[in-house]
Design a protein around this ligand. Sequence first.
Ligand code: ATP
Length: 235
Amino acid sequence: MTALLETRGLKAFYGDFQALFGVDISVAEGETIAIIGANGAGKTTLMRAISGVLASDPDAILCRGEPIGALAAPDVLASGIAMVPEGRRLFPSLTVEENLLIGAYSRKVGPTWTLESVYELFPVLRERRSNPATALSGGQQQMVAIGRALLSNPDLLLCDEISLGLAPVVVRDIYAAFPRIRASGASIVIVEQDIGQALKVASRVYCMMEGRITLCGRSSELNRDQIHAAYFGAE
Ligand code: ATP
């Protein structure tokens, strides 16, 4: 079956600096995968390349078999791939609701997500809807970033380090929303430094190191030693 998303030998550069060296991943329809790896492994770069923020080889990224590597970020979004960026990147002077509605501008035709259903997913955002985004806690801001991405009705949601800097109880609340997101039919890619969290939420995991995939496997079948070697390199 054709994958929803596939990268084939994906390379990425910042000027002369090569950050990705031929990355192959695939995400099936309805699947949740995790990308793990230490700081600087290339996880964010991979997300940026897929979402069109960073230029890449036109044929190295495929959505349902169609090359999308040449598309600019707004066109990638319109084709159904939405990113929750590291650091959330909300508009600080806009209210919660205004930030959410930005996601709806690039709406893909689809029945799934509305302001109302995002407020059902994260009820605290309804209470805070008229507050500026900066008045929210880090966890609530992360909810806004996820809700904004959902309002574009994505087929694939890319989540870059959504638990970074948040208390465990807050992380738990955010991940509690994932079954509902999956039930909407979306596939999910999560980038996580918390390996336990990655194994819990994803059915398959890729590990990256220095711009390469060093391990790929089903979460239920990977063991600690394999992950340790792929994450830090063999001793
Ligand atoms: P982190 O967990 O710290 O976000 P990461 O796995 O997401 O790490 P990337 O941010 O993708 O890693 O970085 C991969 C490599 O590319 C690193 O060596 C980093 O220093 C480099 N890099 C990232 N962004 C830039 C940039 N804008 N310009 C130059 N080099 C960059």
